[in-house]
Design a protein around this ligand. Sequence first.
Ligand code: GUN
Length: 293
Amino acid sequence: MQLLDGKAISSQIKSEIKAEVEQWVAGGGKKPHLAAILVGQDGASETYVASKIRSCEEIGFTSTLLRFEADITEAQLLEAVESLNNDPDVDGFIVQLPLPKHISENTVMEAVNPAKDVDGFHPINVGRMCKGLPAYISATPFGILEMLIRAGIETSGKHCVVIGRSQIVGLPMSILMQRNTFPGNCTVTITHSKTQNLKEICQSADILIVALGRPEFVKADYVKEGAVVVDVGITRVADATKKSGFSIKGDVDFNDVAPKASFITPVPGGVGLMTICGLLTNTFKAAKKEIYK
Ligand code: GUN
């Protein structure tokens, strides 16, 4: 079994971007600028956004955090989005999800200028990705592809099973894994809460990507000997032995599954750390106007 080490790969990618940014700025380019909108006080969102902002500082980007109370109206939030759309200094921005229930996430995502949509959530970016056109690929799928690339994992002709059909992970992942490129050329099965015989389907997976949000759901009897197992789960589970009061669990029972896997991502220290790299890569592309001229 080999570990797909998100900590090592993400720090390698960050140092590569940092070096490229230095070159870009030395050649007269503008420092990439990422802005983030954070609504309310969700603990996990606070942690993610803080980590995104910190990573920007580390690699030489400018960053801006715009915070709003949870009772902001949808119209007020749309105004904030519009002002970032029109701010020439901001190359890309994100609206951290989830949003409070009274705000439509789809409406907000569609309000973001696709050229600044570095989360890759706008229907135009999703559509371009589906057509194989240059697009911002969203953070988690980007992170998983990059792990497969850097570990040199063969994907062509393999059976890739994705558990979960979320707009952010499962759906884009299944589309990316069937593309006629590397990584890709898989035969993809996308599974979800209504799938029958889930365990049997997983047992035939060469590459199993698990994104359903149920801690330690996948056990060894779901996994074929030698499979590549990618765990996207990050659930906070109460843990009195931890100072924070919780520990982070993946969707895969790591100790049970690891002995059977050829490659496996740990949690924490796996896919989660890779996601920020996608956001940083997209923001740099936005600053260089690589996708939208
Ligand atoms: N919430 C969970 N993941 C993400 C992400 O990748 N982007 C944003 N904006 N919100 C999230």
